[in-house]
Ligand binder design. Structure first.
Ligand code: UDX
Length: 444
């Protein structure tokens, strides 16, 4: 299958490389010439396990090409829209400028029978609107939301948990039965694209545009709510002497609840969950149903309070003032196995401590370059440099190498053996036995 992928950011670059690895002929299009040059040379513009290998293999085989010229999409049969939908500069809704521009730019190159597939996360109602122009060009539109997690993006693309296709539910398809929709050309083409996943039994949900768009919003809202729920329990645990990690283990044994996404700590960040819950709340308000997801404002507020709490615990550990104290910040990425610092709780904590006059020395295995771009005022170094003579240590991204630190060895480097474990990922007994004052979140 000849495929184009419009937008080669996080989502698009991974999608393009993964599709080529499945044997499709792929052209990735992006307006950023530097990005296209790197990708064309088989270099990943960001850190993502397995992506560099796929890029190199795809480019070497000739199946994977990149271009800045959208006209190069003209030979493709299926066109994926994978551009960003960031938070609006002056609001909390999604900025659809890039999606609209990508579809507009593609329209002149569409051929009769082509399929345009939206992958970007968009407010419900977007696909219905875009379908008008796509259909006028003789093509069809489908919405195929993406659920990939950073750090596992290649695996999640090639072997997803589920596939969701939103297709036009028109007069030919009067009932809500997926069976009726399965024969639509869009479904057939997408089944060819995802033939391997489908052969492997990946669950497939064929539905309408609005449902497909909402599936993505709902999934991210649920995940964010789960994290904020446990962080709310951490707040209660903090005033009662309870231990939120033991509480999570206990409620997690109930299969209806499940233990995943119940790790209390500095909260969620990244390029998706925070902006997606805000965009969902904003869209619900536009639809006159703001109250239905008003809880998402609480979810957001609880999440942001956890960052305040980490800073407060560090200041307390320093005896009430961070001024001129040396603080080692372990972690800057919004989660491990990523160099992404978008809306990162870790970077936020570093910036706030710096703002309080602390001498912050922050470190991260992959995210220093991105952090420096965002906050050049901060100082960065190796783990050893960060820990040397520190008056307090704060762990804010649970990279394996931080989890594996030897508390005895680290104690010999620092000035004062006090650690705030902002991800509740260290063995508190082991650290205390090595003489540390260990402070977790929602733990006695
Ligand atoms: C998320 C969704 O998981 C994915 O399906 C969607 O497509 C995009 O958004 P991602 O942003 O890559 O993916 O990260 P994820 O692994 O979901 O973690 C999000 C944030 O939540 C991270 O900051 C992480 O540290 C935090 N988190 C996660 C917690 O604080 N506690 C948990 O128990 C789990």
């Amino acid at each position: 299958m000849k495929i184009s992928v419009i937008g080669c950011g996080y989502l698009g670059a991974v999608h393009a490389a993964s599709m080529a690895s499945l044997g499709h002929e792929v052209i990735g299009i992006d307006v950023d010439a530097a990005k296209v040059e790197a990708l064309s040379a088989g270099r990943a513009p960001f850190f993502e396990p397995d992506l560099p290998e796929l890029l190199r293999e795809g480019v070497a085989s000739g199946l994977l090409k990149f271009s800045t010229d959208i006209a190069d999409a003209r030979d493709s049969r299926v066109h994926f829209i994978a551009v960003g939908t960031p938070q609006q500069k002056n609001g909390t809704g999604a900025d659809l400028t890039y999606v609209d521009a990508a579809v507009d730019a593609l329209l002149p190159y569409l051929n009769e029978g082509d399929l345009v597939v939206g992958k970007s996360t968009v407010p419900v109602g977007t696909a219905e609107r875009l379908a008008v122009d796509v259909e006028a060009a003789g093509a069809e539109l489908a919405w195929n939301p993406e659920f990939l997690r950073e750090g596992y993006a290649v695996k999640d693309t090639i072997a997803p948990d589920r596939l969701v296709y939103g297709v036009r539910r028109d007069s030919e398809v009067p009932s809500h039965h997926t069976k009726d929709m399965d024969h639509r050309p869009a479904v057939k083409l997408l089944n060819e694209v995802y033939a391997q996943a489908i052969a492997n039994g990946t669950p497939l949900v064929v539905t309408d545009y609005a449902t497909a768009e909402l599936v993505k919003a709902a999934a991210n809202a649920f995940l964010a709510t789960k994290i904020s729920f446990i962080n709310a329990m951490a707040e209660i645990a903090e005033v009662t002497g309870a231990d939120v990690t033991e509480l999570a283990d206990a409620i997690g044994h109930d299969v209806r609840i499940g233990r995943k996404f119940l790790n209390a700590g500095a909260g969620f960040g990244g390029g998706c969950l925070p902006k997606d819950i805000r965009a969902f709340a904003a869209r619900a308000e536009e639809l006159g149903r703001g109250e239905s997801v008003a809880f998402l404002k609480e979810v957001d507020a609880i999440n942001l309070r956890r960052r305040d709490r980490v800073v407060e615990l560090v200041v307390d550990a320093l005896g009430g003032s961070a001024y001129k104290k040396k603080v080692a910040v372990l972690g800057l990425a919004f989660k491990p196995n990523s160099d992404d610092t978008r809306d990162s709780p870790a970077l936020d904590v570093a910036v706030r401590l710096h703002g309080l006059g602390a001498q912050v020395l922050a470190t991260d295995p992959e995210a220093i370059a991105n952090s420096r771009l965002r906050h050049p005022q901060l100082s960065f170094g190796t783990t050893g440099e960060a820990l040397a003579d520190a008056d307090a240590v704060v762990l804010v991204t649970e990279w394996n190498e931080y989890k594996q630190l030897d508390p005895v060895e680290v104690a010999s480097l620092v000035n004062s053996a006090v650690i705030v474990d902002g991800r509740n990922c260290l063995d508190s007994k082991k650290w205390r036995a090595a003489g540390w004052t260990y402070i977790g979140l929602g733990r006695p």
